[in-house]
Design a binder for this molecule. Sequence first.
Ligand SMILES: Nc1ncnc2c1ncn2[C@@H]1O[C@H](COP(=O)(O)OP(=O)(O)OP(=O)(O)O)[C@@H](O)[C@H]1O
Ligand SMILES: [Mg+2]
Length: 367
Amino acid sequence: MAIVELDKLVKDYGKVRAIHGVDLRIEDGEFCVFVGPSGCGKSTLLRMIAGLEEISGGELRIDGERVNEQRASERGLAMVFQTYALYPHMTVRQNLAFGLENIKTPKDEIARRVAEAARMLQIEAYLDRRPKQLSGGQRQRVAIGRAVVREPRVFLFDEPLSNLDAELRVTMRGEIAGLHHRLGNTMIYVTHDQVEAMTMADKIVVLRDGRIEQVGSPLDLYNEPRNSFVAGFIGSPRMNFVDAVVETVKERSVVARDASGALFEASVDSAGLEPGAAVSVGVRPEHVTFGSEGGKPATVQTIEQLGGNSYLHCVAEDGALLAAHLPGQTAIRRGDAVRVVFRPDFTHLFRRSDGVAQKRLVVGEAV
Ligand SMILES: Nc1ncnc2c1ncn2[C@@H]1O[C@H](COP(=O)(O)OP(=O)(O)OP(=O)(O)O)[C@@H](O)[C@H]1O
Ligand SMILES: [Mg+2]
């Protein structure tokens, strides 16, 4: 069991507050991902949980027990870093065993755990090599193995894949997910890569400036972003946003007009919105269609034909950049004049004053 609870956690670096009272509960066995832009406090929060950073305020509990004052080594956690942090003069086997020898684990127990971790992570063939004789991906497997042999209550990962090339990242992503599936431990994983967050997490925590913006499952965040920050951060290519002003408030939708006169309809609750209210209209690239009327007139600037998918980047007459994602291949060409239409059922509306989303009335990808 390992339930991790953050209760109004605060971190101050001198006079600068890096973490502003974060409340969060991570369930036993959950794969929880902290995501957010550089400097938002992901590593700080993880290091506070790990015991590598002093907690300035609030309470951290593991399985209900306050651990603020416990040393890192007493918390039963193991951390994997971006930089691997392997001992260069030791073999892989020695790197795996070192932490266990330090805490006087019996020799046969060490041998058993090292063999098991090596098998699980497919590094058996390299046990007698030194780190510099390994590829980046193999080194990262050793770093993960070093956490595995400690049989921690909770695994903590800080951007473990960001030094690897794109292809290896995808492979290692699958391996870490597989490891979680086999071991069933609570895992907390930091990344600034929203694709990693979407594909690995049970629960995503979106952070900005030391505060939680939203917590939820990947698809909850994707379908129901609470504000324009989360909407823009989750999803790739990014959600399209157009500044507009509310024109009409209907029973089950709101119509807004942008400065160029284009009209957008969103199937959202109109609570708190009056005609004239400043809003931001948001739609994901896959919810853009090309129509013969309505929408925004634009010119296709670039097309990425990936075979199975096509991404089109369009420029409207007023300079707005609009991305579209079409399934399959397209006959549309660079330079074509199009009308970019937002599908009302998938159009989000955010108050421009604070970015808060209006409640959507049609939710998810009804299939
Ligand atoms: N030791 C420190 N002293 C002072 N300020 C710090 C210290 N460590 C981090 N900070 C500040 O705390 C904030 C959060 O930093 P943190 O390293 O947690 O960000 P991050 O989300 O992990 O970013 P990245 O994606 O770049 O790794 C930043 O503004 C950073 O400058
Ligand atoms: Mg960091």
